[in-house]
Design a protein around this ligand. Structure first.
Ligand SMILES: NC(=O)NC(NC(N)=O)C(=O)[O-]
Ligand SMILES: [Zn+2]
Ligand SMILES: [Zn+2]
Length: 450
């Protein structure tokens, strides 16, 4: 009788610390044995020959907006999670918006969980929202398993998810600290962004550059400094999402050195696209905070290399194409949010590993190990070691491809990366040792939804 369900033979196994050539044996959805440099003698019901391929821990995307229930015409869990599986991502943490109703209370969260149970191809976890109306719901949400809370300091673009005032931040962070959870924050200054946008629009200045100038880096810095002072006052663990500039990261780094419990995320688009892409590609590259100048991209890569970034996540915030169109040259009106969930590992391999000699181990840290540790999923997830879940991405680093619209698995096939040549192709994705994605095909399996 076979001892194992599956053995992946002779791959290059990448973890946060090292790369070892060897075999991975899987039983009952978990990694049962690994071998370095030699072949496992045991036999298995099936085998994968990973000669010349690299095996990564499945990515954990801590920042996606899948919009289900209620706004599935924008995306949805089935298409969203397929894109993740196609991109080597095996777990996501879904933002409380832009589903409707948003996950701001127990009842709404239950709807989301039920939808994920039914429709997601990969492991699903959830954020709860912090909005001015729901301080009394935070405990319930926490008890029902949210891995953290999310607040916006500036308008979210969604009418049923209000941004927080300073009193809500103060009360909310006190409560989240008491619960021992974490607050993730979209940190841009409403005062600065709203005022500058109004002035620009009043003057008829609505180009890509005008839009970017209406959301300057100082607006992020100001909001980040303010929220950090609340974190210090309340002792609440803080996570700043989508930092668009190293100048923002520096403020967070200073706070870390002072002992503040704060972490920072940046996204593949801030590491690979600039205001020029926004000008050339239009609304498909519009997001908030906006894409910056070229020197900011390099600044962020330096921050990555120096260990100043904790997490890379996609901030996949999809919308139908008509909402991304720039009409009459007006960049203010289009939806702010980039469809990128499928391409995180591709961008990191191409722009990081190939172009800037970023070690593969570092990519694993940023996309899997650190997120797993930050959200209490480690060592079940985020690594390849005996006892951890067999959530894996098998990648051919020697294969390049040009991303075509028809390669996208999103509900709406658009992305600012269409036309880009990526180095490294994701061949297979496994969840608990079962193939969910192989060479463009999917297989639904029983995933966890906690
Ligand atoms: N409502 C959203 O999805 N907003 C998102 N939009 C972006 N990033 O442009 C976000 O994360 O702020
Ligand atoms: Zn945001
Ligand atoms: Zn987001």
């Amino acid at each position: 009788m076979s001892k194992y369900d599956l053995i992946i033979r002779n791959g290059n196994i990448v973890t946060a610390e090292t790369i070892i050539q060897g075999d991975i044996a899987i039983k009952d959805g978990k990694i049962a044995e690994t071998s370095a440099g030699q072949s496992l003698k045991a036999i298995a019901k099936s085998e994968i020959n990973a000669d010349g391929l690299h095996i990564f821990p499945g990515l954990i995307d801590t920042h996606v907006h899948f919009n289900e229930p209620g706004r599935t015409e924008w995306e949805g869990l089935e298409t969203g999670s397929r894109s993740l599986a196609g991109g080597g991502v095996t777990t996501f943490i879904d933002m409380p918006l832009n589903s409707t109703p948003p996950a701001i209370n127990k009842k709404n969260l239950a709807l989301k969980k039920a939808a994920a149970e039914k429709n997601s191809l990969v492991h699903a976890r959830f954020w709860g929202g912090l909005v001015p109306e729901n301080i009394n719901d935070l405990k319930d949400l926490f008890e029902d398993g949210v891995l953290g809370f999310k607040a916006f300091m500036s308008p979210s673009g969604i009418t049923d998810f209000n941004h927080v005032d300073d009193v809500t931040i103060f009360k909310g962070m006190n409560e989240i600290a008491r619960l021992g959870s974490l607050l993730a924050v979209h940190a841009e200054s409403t005062v600065i962004c709203d005022q500058l946008a109004q002035e620009k629009i009043a003057e008829g200045k609505t180009s890509a550059r005008d839009f970017v100038e209406s959301r300057p880096i100082i607006s992020e810095i100001e909001a980040v400094r303010r929220i950090i002072s609340y974190a210090e006052a309340t002792g609440c663990k803080l996570h700043i999402v989508h930092a668009s500039s190293r100048k923002v990261v520096e403020v967070i780094n200073e706070a870390k050195l002072r002992g503040v419990d704060v972490t920072v995320e940046t996204c593949p688009h801030y590491l690979s696209l600039t205001i020029k892409d926004l000008e050339q590609k239009g609304g498909v590259a519009k997001c908030c905070p906006p894409l910056r100048e070229e020197n900011e991209v390099e600044g962020l890569w330096n921050a990555v290399a120096n260990g100043e970034i904790d997490v890379i996540a996609s901030d996949h915030s999809p919308a139908p194409p008509h909402m991304k169109e720039i009409q009459d040259g007006d960049y203010f009106k289009a939806w702010g949010g980039i469809s990128g969930a499928q391409s995180t590992l591709n961008v990191m391999l191409t722009e990081g590993y190939v172009k800037r000699a970023l070690p593969l181990e570092k990519i694993v840290q940023l996309t899997a190990t650190n997120p797993a540790k930050l959200f209490g999923l480690f060592p079940n997830k985020g690594t390849i070691s005996v006892g951890s879940d067999a959530d894996l991405a098998i990648v051919n680093l020697n294969e390049s491809f040009e991303l075509k619209r028809e390669d996208l698995f999103y509900r709406h096939q658009h992305s600012p990366y269409v036309g880009k040549t990526f180095n490294g192709k994701i061949i297979t994705t496994l969840i608990n040792g079962e193939l969910v994605f192989k060479n463009g095909d999917f297989k639904k399996r029983a995933q966890e939804t906690v």
